[in-house]
Write a protein that binds this ligand. Structure first.
Ligand code: SF4
Length: 410
């Protein structure tokens, strides 16, 4: 019997949201985790459209598995249709699939819902036995000790400018209304430190100097984070990661992080509106302290980048100028301003939908540059224009430090 071959594709519509993702992360978790979970006797081909790779429609794979976020859904369906015409078995996975299952099912043979480990192997077995089910769903969170390392030999790390990514944890103990993380990964889990260290070592041997410690909240468990930084220190690598501004409250943790090689963090400061932060269940961010917190983190040699969102119910016409005045002296390396995106699956989406405030379900517009919902205190076009105004104002004086940093400019 011929060996099975799978083709894993990360779809990208090339939106601003994809560009943001491209700039804030290395290899995407969905296709790389699926590749890592693929049995050794199955051949793998991979394409990441986010970094400009082109889909190979001549692929001889038996199964084409396409992963999508919401703004990339139509692109994923288009890829699926073209492969379906060639008689391939199509699988859809990723965040959008989990939260729009019926829509995804209509565009493929079967869907992967939730974390892929375990269900992907089951799907491959069923395919071999001609017993493919319409849906494979993981309902219990996987023990991260079971994760295999990301393969380094399928997509050339040069596509990521030799910036790699290693899974550290999944989930987040917080539950912010606009965030998909708690809905997709319901429990915060950490991977054994020794597994992370060995994967980072392998990446280093491949010539990689920068590595994302992939986590939605890297430092929430101090004991674990301290051990991780201690074990990473001898590797002499450069790391960046996502965490919360709460790291600024702990000097010991920041010192250990810096010594372990953490050079930059992405934190979600989100907005200067206390009412909006409270409403979104993110009250631990305090706008009055942001400036000093950033400077404190900087004092340990760790750079900070953050997004700022516009369109919360507390925001009126003044929010753009007010945010600019409040943040213009922040020592951030980069600010990513965008409109609030009510991703399907979030509490924010549910609320807006129930209130009849969702203006469009054209998913291609869920990219952070379009008002896809009716703001409470302004017109949709004012929200778009105001966010663009803020972006221009900040872009005037903030250099694109992330790219230069990742380009070894440090
Ligand atoms: S926004 Fe950040 S802190 Fe809030 S739930 Fe998501 S990952 Fe956790």
């Amino acid at each position: 019997m011929k060996n099975l071959k799978v083709y894993l594709i990360k779809a990208s519509a090339g939106s601003d949201y994809s560009e943001y993702k491209k700039n804030t992360g290395g290899p995407p978790q969905n296709i790389f985790s699926t590749a890592a979970a693929t049995p050794k006797n199955v051949a793998i081909e991979m394409t990441d459209e986010v970094v400009g790779m082109k889909v190979n429609y001549k692929s001889d794979a038996d199964i084409v598995a396409i992963f999508m976020s919401t703004p990339d859904a139509y692109k994923a369906y288009d890829i699926a249709r073209k492969f379906k015409e060639k008689g391939k078995t199509i699988v859809l996975g990723g965040l959008h699939t989990k939260f729009m299952q019926e829509e995804a099912k209509a565009n493929c043979g079967t869907i992967l819902v939730g974390e892929v480990e375990g269900i992907w192997e089951e799907l491959l077995n069923d395919f071999r036995n001609n017993q493919l089910k319409p849906k494979y769903e993981r309902t219990t969170p996987i023990d991260l000790a079971e994760l295999n390392p990301y393969p380094l030999n399928i997509i050339d790390p040069a596509h990521y400018d030799y910036t790699w990514s290693v899974v550290v944890s999944r989930g987040c103990p917080y539950s912010c209304d606009f965030c998909l993380v708690p809905e997709f990964s319901p429990r915060y889990r950490m991977r054994p430190v020794k597994n992370i260290v060995s994967e980072v070592k392998a990446a280093k041997a491949w010539g990689i100097e920068w590595c994302e410690l992939h986590s939605d909240n890297l430092t929430v468990n101090k004991k674990y984070a301290m051990e991780l930084f201690k074990q990473l220190k001898p590797l002499n690598m450069n790391f960046y990661a996502e965490t919360t501004i709460k790291i600024s409250e702990d000097d010991e943790l920041m010192k250990a992080a810096a010594e372990g090689g953490l050079k930059m963090i992405l934190v979600g400061l989100e907005t200067i509106s206390k009412a909006a932060l409270k409403e979104q269940n993110k009250g631990f961010v305090n706008p009055d302290k942001m400036k000093e917190q950033i400077e404190k983190i900087n004092s340990f040699g760790i750079k900070v980048i953050s997004d700022f969102l516009f369109g919360f119910d507390d925001h009126d016409h003044n929010i753009f100028e007010d945010t600019y005045q409040h943040t213009k002296d922040f020592k951030l390396e980069e600010i990513f301003p965008h409109l609030l995106i009510p991703f399907p699956g979030t509490k924010t989406y549910e609320k807006f939908d129930n209130d009849g405030r969702i203006l469009t379900k054209d998913w291609s517009k869920y990219d952070g540059t379009h008002a896809v919902f009716q703001p409470k205190q302004m017109m949709p076009e004012d929200l778009e224009n105001g966010t663009y105004w803020f972006w221009q104002k900040h872009n005037g004086f903030l250099k694109n430090a992330l790219k230069s940093l990742l380009g070894r400019g440090l």
